[in-house]
Design a binder for this molecule. Structure first.
Ligand code: SAH
Length: 217
């Protein structure tokens, strides 16, 4: 008999959200319940966003699958995430990166940054994930440039520090659009030092990215 996590992954596969073996195996491995407040753990394998406190949510599993498929992560890459939340998407990316890769994840709300760090430590992902508490619209200059950058909160436009911190041939994904509910998932490919190609990956709904190059407080 399949367990709840296997059943959810089957559903994401048959709906076309999961396309590759790599993303399938990563999502089969990460215990989503470990990245949620205790009272919501019974819903860990339903495909929906859920509250994690501070007015924020853990992304729905299908959204994590979509982001991971578009990112096309290879083992050993250096990646930057904006919006750690409780650390679930970070853990799935850590699986894709393997022990030689590294993810830097930035969270603006201190309580959530602490929770993400604890959750990633308890599950052993802290070996290849570093949580940083600061405004992620400025990126994380200290470790730039990155092979991949993705944001799990939406900005009025693509924050330029994120574009600048991308390696040439690197890929950036961020929701862009209205403050709440209706946004476009934008994928930016850095073609050369000063040339970027932009494509739209469809409509999404994320919480706002608040900060210097995002929405005001
Ligand atoms: N990646 C998370 C999604 C959490 S929701 C997951 O796996 O479920 C998005 C998060 O972005 C929230 O925790 C919010 O506090 C954070 N956020 C919003 N603006 C930010 C900013 N400027 N810098 C860093 N984090 C930000």
């Amino acid at each position: 008999m399949k367990n709840e996590r296997e059943e959810l992954v089957d559903k994401l596969l048959s709906n076309g959200y999961i396309k590759t073996e790599e993303v399938k195996n990563a999502m089969l491995k990460v215990p989503r319940e470990e990245f949620m407040p205790v009272e919501n753990r019974k819903y860990a394998y339903t495909d929906q966003p859920l509250p994690i406190g501070e007015g924020q949510t853990i992304s729905a599993p299908h959204m994590v699958a979509i982001i991971c498929e578009i990112l096309k992560i290879n083992k050993g890459m250096k990646v930057l995430e904006i919006g750690s939340g409780f650390g679930y998407n970070a853990a799935v990316v850590a699986e894709l990166l393997g022990p030689k890769g590294h993810l830097y994840t930035v969270e603006r709300i201190e309580k959530l940054a602490i929770a993400a760090e604890e959750n990633l430590k308890r599950t052993g992902y802290d070996r290849c994930v570093t949580v940083i508490h600061q405004d992620g619209t400025r990126g994380f200059e200290e470790e730039a440039p990155y092979d991949r950058i993705y944001a799990t909160a939406s900005a009025p436009k693509v924050p330029y520090p994120l574009k600048e911190q991308l390696k040439i041939c690197g890929r950036l994904i961020t929701p862009v659009g209205s403050h709440n509910l209706f946004q476009e998932l934008v994928c930016v490919h850095r073609v050369s030092l000063d040339e970027y190609e932009r494509s739209s990956m469809g409509g999404v709904a994320f919480v706002p990215m608040i900060g210097e190059h995002g929405w005001p407080e």
